[in-house]
Design a protein around this ligand. Structure first.
Ligand SMILES: Cc1ncc(COP(=O)(O)O)c(C=O)c1O
Length: 390
């Protein structure tokens, strides 16, 4: 059996390309945050995670450029050996301070932060319990850990309670949830989940990838609920922080342990100077300009309310993520293409990632004119759908 045979047989992408409806890997030639260039046209970007609109901020760009000038383009090694910068440690202190926790540990991506945290803590005698809709990186992390994996009903503390009750009493138990779910935009029931974990002696990890810069004046899920957070938080720099990288944030003992046990930290090169510097600058801007958080939320609300009022099936959660529900693969891809042709960039989602939808997201720097343009484009397309509501 040739292990490459499936590659030759894989024609789905090619078939879709032939119809002009292939929506992935679009090569952009420009991007200033709220607009991007594709095929020599300017389009309104509603498909990014640049919630605070900081990727094109001159202060963030200058910080990246200065870091390159001072420290070069790459650290060419892991933080464990030659690739640790004082800049990484400054970023760690700033993150820990922002979250009101003892320590943080910077990884090269959010994906690796989740791998490092979960696989660093859990092993084959433990159980990792995952919300059914948790991000793929947490699932991969649980598989890598070798622990027993159990899924529980999305955002359902009672379902978690039942799953935990069925765990062997002597097993270590790690529960992993997202703060904000990337496809729905809904928020995890942190206080209730934490109480359930406590009752069973389980530890809770919250992935704040879409909550940092979004919830609780930007301070994440714990701040949103006005108090105590999870046992451990993971974040990414690739969304609100306009860079690439990730971190785990929590108690010193746990962070120090992960510093010496997280294989995705130890065996991968550290964030480049420009990535670390841009994340640090974006974090400073987030701290000093909380209006950005409010503006991203109110821009999303503006679009959500306008579409819902005209009968377009949108999600109801109050975050910058606005899913627009569709029916079936052909409708999803056709709608995506038509919107792109009108100058609106969205993300088409099909199972198994989530049920059919266009995922849209809004940022602090979208103008009202851009938002109105997006609303008009959706209304025009939904008017064309056979099942459209008036
Ligand atoms: C919830 C969640 N966690 C983790 C990640 C991974 O982050 P990164 O892009 O930094 O690897 C993502 C990115 O899509 C995410 O949505």
């Amino acid at each position: 059996m040739d292990i490459f045979a499936k590659c030759v047989d894989f024609t789905d992408a090619k078939d879709l390309m032939a119809t002009g409806l292939y929506p992935y890997f679009l090569p952009l030639t420009g991007n200033d945050g709220s607009t991007a260039r594709y095929e020599d046209r300017e389009i309104v970007m509603c498909g990014s995670n640049n919630y605070l609109g900081l990727t094109a901020d001159p202060r963030v760009k200058n910080a990246a450029q200065e870091a390159i000038a001072d420290l070069g383009t790459s650290n060419t090694g892991s933080r464990f050996l030659n690739g640790n910068l004082e800049l990484h440690e400054r970023l760690e202190r700033s993150l820990a301070d922002f979250y009101g926790r003892e320590e943080a540990l910077v990884f090269s991506t959010g994906y690796q932060a989740n791998l490092g945290a979960v696989a660093g803590l859990a092993g084959r005698h433990d159980v990792v319990l995952l919300d059914k809709l948790v991000h793929a990186s947490a699932i991969d992390a649980a598989m890598l850990s070798g622990a027993r994996i159990k899924f529980f009903q999305h955002n359902d503390p009672e379902a978690l309670d039942r799953r935990l009750a069925a765990c062997p009493p002597d097993a270590g138990k790690l529960v992993v949830v997202d703060g904000v779910y990337s496809m729905e935009g809904d928020i995890c029931a942190l206080p209730l989940l934490r109480d359930v974990c406590r009752a069973h002696g389980a530890r809770l990890v919250v992935d704040d990838a879409h909550a940092l810069g979004v919830l609780g004046d930007g301070r994440g899920t714990a701040a949103h609920f006005g108090g105590e957070g999870a046992d451990l938080v993971t974040v990414t720099f690739s969304k609100s922080l306009a860079s690439i990288g990730g971190a785990v944030i929590g108690d010193s003992a746990v962070v120090q342990y992960l510093r010496h046990h997280a294989r995705s930290l130890i065996f991968s090169a550290s964030p480049s100077p420009s990535n670390a510097a841009s994340a640090l600058m974006a974090l400073e801007i987030l701290k000093s300009e909380p209006w950005r958080v409010r503006q991203a939320l109110s821009n999303a609300r503006y679009v959500r309310d306008a579409l819902a009022a005209r009968g377009v099936p949108v999600g109801s959660s109050d975050t910058p993520i606005v899913p627009v529900f569709t029916e079936g693969r052909t409708e999803t891809f056709t709608l995506w293409r038509s919107l792109l042709d009108r100058g609106v960039y969205t993300n088409p989602i099909i199972p198994p990632a989530a049920s059919y939808r266009l995922r849209t997201s809004f940022m602090a720097t979208h103008t009202t004119e851009q938002l109105d343009f997006v609303i008009e484009a959706f209304l025009a397309e939904f008017a064309n759908l056979p099942a459209a509501v008036s």
